[in-house]
Design a binder for this molecule. Structure first.
Ligand SMILES: Cc1ncc(COP(=O)(O)O)c(C=O)c1O
Length: 471
């Protein structure tokens, strides 16, 4: 990382955590040059970056100030009391009904889990698929069985190397999307009845996996800005025989929260003390708006306890269903489970993605995709400012494509969801992100679709439905 990026990232952490509150003046250029022994141009470049990320604004002749919405300290829901009791999970009916409602192509997809397919290089990818399929050896059906296509695993290992992480190809297992990777990891380290720590609010598939495998969930609160509450996790580890954790460390679904590097390191250290494996769900890490991939927790892992799961579903090829796990010390077990359950990921899809990674310009595509998402965030943020009442609040994440909105008091997210569907709009209501169906005053909005009048009008319609959705 260059010096200006380092400075910008440190200051971004301070802003997001509220150490530098909204409206406060940033240090002057002169202060920073003397304090850090750096040049004026380094400071300016750091400030331009922070401006680009929407975290600070320049005021004429007065300097830089923390932008409204940059820190979420003053926007969060009141801190909830910790509920560290374990729960049996029954979430599927609710999730299926919400997902079903959002399927229709005419619905405005604010509740969708995917970005727009228009943002993906489908033609170029099809070329790679065609080219590599023609070259596939008949033996690849045998050779590419788990852990998976060698060329693909080499390309994935190279991307880890680009982040400064030495990841051996042998510990990479290719899966049917990240979801299979996450599920296999969970199966590898638990038995029915075991306790698993998950996030609250958190990704509903974690709840469904826990339900399906007859596990029990311990919900750990997530702060919409700084991420998982480490103190609560530490208390839970002391109190319960937790067998595994399933957490997102970058651009968490649904809040968009990202853990700072220090907190990722502290998380890994805490889990190492208790010898508890971490299933790290990092499907949005590549969608960072800042200059570099925020290192995942696995980068700080010294004991092989972290299983890092990701995929190409959110960044390149949603329908190909290709994901992977860097499974650390559990790689053999995960690989065997993969063989016992679905045998292998699609051989042509693995070969196609491997070819694209090598020749298709993935990094260029990612830069464009990140720029589009960042721009769409600005559009949605502005529309929410235009239409939503003052007593509603939302996060402004630094990557991914989800916003977590706290509705005005007494508005019920489930009622709003039903009214929205009647009006041709899908939203993801808060209760689907919790084992206890909490967060009735929250919704998740997707800004992964190019901005349009239709989106603007959907936000306006949502704002007019709030009164009818009140209890
Ligand atoms: C947080 C999170 N993890 C994992 C997945 C699943 O990824 P994949 O489509 O690669 O299976 C999703 C998809 O919605 C997700 O939002």
């Amino acid at each position: 990382m260059k010096r200006f990026e380092l400075l910008a990232n440190t200051m971004a952490d301070d802003i997001r955590s509220g150490t530098r509150p909204v409206g406060s003046r940033m240090p002057s250029v002169r202060q920073l040059t003397t304090q850090h022994g750096i040049s004026q141009s380094t400071v300016f470049r750091a400030y331009y970056l922070l401006e680009d990320w929407g975290l600070i604004r320049a005021r004429e002749r007065s300097g830089y100030y923390v932008a409204p919405g940059a820190t979420l300290k003053n926007q969060q829901a009141p801190r909830r009391p910790l509920t560290l009791e374990s729960a049996k999970v029954e979430i599927s009916d609710l999730v299926f009904s919400v997902l079903d409602a959002a399927k229709h192509p005419d619905i405005v997809p604010l509740g969708s889990a995917f970005p727009s397919p228009q943002l993906f290089p489908l033609q170029r990818l099809a070329k790679s698929l065609g080219h590599s399929s023609r070259l596939i050896s008949p033996w690849s059906t045998v050779v590419d069985l788990p852990p998976g296509n060698e060329q693909l695993r080499r390309q994935i290992a190279l991307r880890y190397m680009g982040m400064g992480i030495a990841q051996s190809m042998e510990e990479l297992v290719v899966t049917n999307g990240a979801l299979e990777a996450l599920n296999l990891c969970l199966m590898a380290v638990t038995r029915p009845g075991d306790l698993v720590a998950i996030e609250s609010p958190g990704f509903y598939a974690a709840l469904q996996a826990i339900e399906r495998l007859d596990l029990r969930a311990v919900e750990i609160p997530v702060d919409p800005v700084s991420g998982i509450d480490l103190q609560a996790l530490s208390d839970a580890l002391d109190k319960h025989p937790i067998r595994a954790c399933w957490f997102m460390t970058n651009y968490q679904n649904p809040t968009g929260a990202a853990l700072s590097q220090e907190r990722k390191k502290a998380l890994v250290e805490l889990l190492a003390q208790h010898d508890v494996p971490l299933i790290e769900d990092d499907v949005y890490g590549e969608l960072h708006y800042g200059p570099t991939y925020p290192l995942p927790a696995m980068a700080f892992d010294k004991t092989g306890l972290v299983m890092h799961c990701s995929s190409f579903s959110k960044t390149l090829a949603p329908g190909y269903r290709i994901g992977w796990v860097a499974a650390g010390r559990f790689a053999d077990k995960v690989q065997r489970l993969k063989l016992m359950t679905t045998l292998s990921a699609s051989i042509p899809a693995q070969a196609g993605i491997a070819d694209y990674l090598q020749h298709g310009g993935y990094d260029k595509h990612l830069r464009k995709l990140r720029g589009s998402l960042h721009g769409q965030l600005a559009e949605m943020d502005a529309a929410l400012h235009r239409w939503m009442p003052d007593d509603s609040h939302w996060t402004r994440p630094s990557g991914g494509y989800f916003l977590w909105v706290r509705l005005p008091p007494r508005v019920d997210a489930m009622k709003l969801h039903r009214l929205a569907i009647e009006n041709g709009i899908s939203i993801a209501p808060g209760p689907v992100f919790s084992a206890r169906h909490e967060f009735r005053d929250h919704i998740r909005l997707n800004f992964g679709h190019p901005w349009s009048d239709r989106m603007e009008s959907a936000i306006r319609t949502l704002s007019t439905l709030l009164a009818r959705a009140s209890e």
